[in-house]
Design a protein around this ligand. Structure first.
Ligand code: FAD
Ligand code: UDP
Length: 380
């Protein structure tokens, strides 16, 4: 018998497990994959290049306690992550900012548009594309139209199978038009990578005398959930259970599938020094994939021999073997379905839902770490 059972060893599960263990609780982490770390997991590929198996993960936060908490388990390679979009053969900074403006318009026009943007929104403002599109002024409408067509429309169609105005506005709001010359993708105080990678960071988090980890098992292989009660080997669990997996699958899809987007990752190792000379290029107007990541630029491996890249293809999640649900598709209909499952989960008084899957939410690493720290405080 453990005091706390945690289903899933992603950043949500690992954080809550660690905090509970530090508070003297005996913790069992049950992870159905063959490794810890969830979608943050990284490993060396056959060519010795450190890759992110589930897509590029850049840590960024302005939440001090999250930075402090994770810094106990890793040093950092801090850098300002920059992304460009390939538009008509030209690489332009994304989010679209004042530098981008000057790359797509001649000087006279760009100067005029810049003044208008600054006068309207203020220096440093971050304006969601859907908000910019509401502007009636001809100049602002022209910029909005350019950004919408060249940065958002096709990329969003590929990523979500829907137009920007059809998806939750918070999603495109993550990549606003930025009224500054800052080319960085994120605006956070801290941004970078665990110096030796995410997996060693997770190993340290879970390395504690009060934590046991079981890999390759579903929580339902370990615990029985029946009539509002949870059992371990026939004995009722009186402690807490934190579940970080998908809720529909937990309840055997009894109300139907919760819609998600999944991704196919196409990794390729090339016998050249460099493929694109930078970490991430977004393909916003052509190609079937959304972006190409070149890991050596992301993870400070400039001395790696050759280079490894990954292309990302997005599609609807079907639950087929091997598919992973990555992105919750947040809209009213899906949230109503989610709430039905949430009601089911509430019948288990000592079961708690945490994470991108269990909460059906679009969390970044830092936001879910913060949430997990709060949950650990509450459960203690
Ligand atoms: P997960 O990492 O999904 O972990 C859940 C774990 O639970 C998994 O290991 C799973 O196997 C396990 N599990 C599920 N069901 C069960 C079960 N029944 N029994 C046992 N175990 C189970 N965030 C950033 O901050 N920066 C980025 O650059 C960034 N890039 C991203 C890129 C991509 C392509 C994606 C998809 C996400 C990205 N994110 C990024 C978000 C980040 O991945 C999440 O915030 C984070 O991984 C969420 O952690 P989690 O623990 O909630 O979920
Ligand atoms: N987006 C886009 N073009 C880009 C970058 C982002 O259209 O070049 C949109 C797209 O809808 C995407 C959303 O903005 O899903 C959020 O982008 P972000 O990079 O935050 O997504 P992540 O990959 O981190 O989930």
């Amino acid at each position: 018998m453990y005091d706390i059972y945690v289903a899933g060893s992603g950043i949500a599960g690992a954080t809550v497990a660690r905090k509970m263990a530090e508070a003297g609780k005996k913790v069992l982490v049950v992870e159905k994959r063959s490794h810890i770390g969830g979608n943050c997991y990284d490993e060396n590929d056959d060519y010795g290049v450190l890759i992110h198996k589930y897509g590029p993960h850049i840590f960024h936060t302005s939440i001090e306690r999250v930075y402090e908490f994770l810094s106990q388990f890793t040093e950092w390679y801090m850098f300002g992550h920059e992304v460009v979009a390939k538009v008509d053969g030209k690489l332009i900074p994304v989010p679209f900012n004042l530098n981008t403006l000057h790359m797509v318009y001649d000087k006279e026009k760009a100067d005029r548009l810049e003044k208008k943007l600054v006068d309207t929104f203020g220096e440093g403002a971050r304006v969601p594309i859907l908000k910019l599109r509401e502007q009636e002024d001809d100049d602002l409408a022209e910029i909005a139209d350019f950004v919408y067509k060249n940065v958002f429309l096709y990329y969003t169609m590929k990523q979500w199978g829907q137009k920007p105005e059809e998806i939750n506005p918070e999603v495109t709001g993550r990549v606003p038009v930025v009224i500054s010359r800052d080319n960085r993708y994120f605006g956070d105080k801290y941004q970078g990578m665990p110096l030796k990678g995410y997996t060693p960071m997770f190993e340290k988090m879970l390395e504690h005398e009060n934590i046991d980890v079981v890999l390759g098992k579903d929580i339902k292989d370990v615990l029985e959930f029946k009539d509002g009660k949870i059992f371990d080997n026939g004995e009722e669990v009186l402690g807490e259970v934190v579940y970080t997996g998908p809720l529909d699958e937990f309840f055997d899809l009894k109300y139907g599938r919760l819609p998600y987007r999944t991704l196919d990752f196409e990794f390729e190792h090339l016998d050249t020094e460099s493929f694109q000379g930078r970490s991430v290029v977004n393909y916003t107007v052509d190609e079937d994939f959304t972006r190409i990541t070149e890991f050596k630029y992301l993870t400070n491996q400039m001395d790696a021999k050759g280079t490894t890249i990954v292309r990302e293809y997005s599609k609807a999640y079907t639950g087929e073997n091997g598919e992973i649900p990555y992105y919750a598709i947040i809209n009213d209909e899906n949230m109503n379905l989610y709430r039905k499952y949430e009601e089911e989960a509430k019948k288990f008084k000592n079961m708690h839902l945490l994470g991108r899957l269990a909460e059906y939410k679009y969390y970044n690493i830092d936001a879910i770490t913060d949430k997990a720290l709060t949950m650990a405080e509450e459960l203690n």
